[in-house]
Design a protein around this ligand. Structure first.
Ligand code: FES
Length: 107
């Protein structure tokens, strides 16, 4: 089974393949930041530091929201913040293999 690790807390969870990150961790008692759970608010934004290739491709809704998040960061903290950041939405991304994530806050 794939493993989702949180880089800041050193927590790690085995999850079912193809499960949505937010749902899989919620089922195990971890409440990640979230809002709409539908891919549009961006509250569940995460940085995928390892294994981004092990996530499902982002769909149109997720891509639009990620672009809005990136614009938000460019305006608030600058382009440099986005360097080496692989932003996904935990309410949309499905796990196919091991990943390491960090929840991101609004700036
Ligand atoms: S919770 Fe709103 S986009 Fe994920």
């Amino acid at each position: 089974m794939p493993r989702v690790s949180l880089s800041e807390s050193n927590q790690s969870f085995e999850v079912a393949a193809e499960s949505v990150i937010y749902d899989a961790l919620s089922d195990q008692g971890l409440d990640l930041p979230h809002g709409c759970l539908a891919g549009s608010c961006g509250a569940c934004r995460i940085h995928v530091s390892l294994g981004s290739e092990n996530l499902s491709p982002a769909g149109a809704i997720e891509k639009n929201t990620i672009e809005a998040i990136q614009d938000e960061y460019r305006k608030s903290v600058g382009e440099e913040f986005l360097k080496d950041k692989h932003i996904r939405l935990s309410c949309r991304a499905r796990v196919k293999g091991d990943v390491t994530i960090t929840p991101l806050s609004r700036k």
